[in-house]
Write a protein of this length. Sequence first.
Lengths: 235, 293
Amino acid sequence: MADIENLNSEANERSIVKAWRAWRTAHEMVQDRGYELAEEEVKISLDAFRTQYTSIDGTVARERMKFSARPSPEMLKKYAPPATPSNPDPQPDVGTIWVEFNDDTSVGAEAMRKFAKFCSHEHYRTGMLILSGNVSSAAKKEISKFAQWTTIEWFLEEDLLINITHHELVPRHVILSRDEKTALLKRYRLKETQLPRILQRDPVAKYFGMRRGQVVKIIRSSETAGRYASYRLCV
Amino acid sequence: MSKQPGKPKGILKNKSALPSKSTEQHTPDPREVAIRHAQIIHSRREVEDQISESIIELSKFPNTRDSPYNASNPAPADAESFKDRVRLYQPSDYDDLIEERNANGLCGYTLCPNPRSRIAGGGTFKLVNFGRKDFNIVPTRELEKWCSQKCAKRAMYIKVQLNETAAWERAGIASIHIDLFEDDIDATTGDATKQREKEVENLEIEALEKTAQNARDLALERGDSAENGKMPKRSIKLTIREKTVNAPAAPSLDTDGQTHLVTEGYKTTFDPKSETVSQKNKSTDVKETTPKE
């Protein structure tokens, strides 16, 4: 009996640690994208996490794990389309982000629709779903239907256990704003299509929530040149 | 310009005449064309939405889970609405539906009220029918889609009836029917007769169409011009002139009683001088003649 209890608490402990790491990575991701988050929110300690997000029986209360973040002024500036005479004060195409954890074994179309409806109804421009189970193909189709109102992204919790951008083999990625992109194309006299490409489903592109047409600057350390920058167009 | 003798005449068509003619004849209003295409796309989207809507709805089927009804004997209302909706599906949509039902923890067959089976123990593959002729190694994922093999069969029976063509092309065709898999033999025979009836009906319709087409072709061949959709009456004057017929004389029975000797109109005659025939005659002749001598 005591053994079973011991096993249970051990499994609970493991699941709590997993949820905590995913929670931290999600916060880092949101912060790296340019949203405003307090430092103590991002660097939450395991004990603080345990007191806040576990229920009485010691399991993780994933239904309580949700947060939203507002974009910082720099991010708003970065994502604002260039001003034109007809539209002198363009609205940036980013807004508040909503992040939610989910512990269902698999997410169906209905659950996805509910989430997307919630996000679009509450005027969240981006909705992020962090799941323990997989997403059905019908649910993936639902995402594109709400693209007009809200961008839905989903990650598996097990993929967020470590922050991939902190790995030593992942170079620094910097997303360029529209002005920087036009400057780059002008500087090298390139057309957009002449840039090397990066897929939208690339792990790092997913991490930064890149959209089609954005350009990312990748800064690698080089033995001979010190630093080497290359550019990728998201397709 | 062509009147000047030195200058060669171009073989190309007169450029100025051509486009003006075509524009005068039919200038499709670009706005109208755009609206028409937008409406087509809109209706396609509507059908797609309808399908994804029905996937969500069917993923919670059956509505009645009471004891008399099960997968092999579904509630009639459920079966009808299922057949009505799955009619528009492509096989891929049907796969989505199965996946969606599994996500809800149900058996992949829409009319089955049971939960999906969970195979104990890990492993991506599972041995089925071990030690038998139909032994097979199957991915566990495939097995876990259904509550039983029977349901898998029923579901696949539906899937093979689905069509790959896009849903909006089939939406208007009323003759597409999906049949459920029937377990009992009586039902299957009834189904077979129904199927046969349908085939015969189709054949009859085809034959009718064919005769109509043939009649039209013939009319064209005769030179009837079908104008305004109706056949004009042909004005041909017909006079029927009877021909006098000399009927052959009826055969009469022969009076001399020799007809039985005639073969195909030829009556064999015997040569009186031949030896075999004249033998008897000779002897009689001899008899007769001797007293004379």
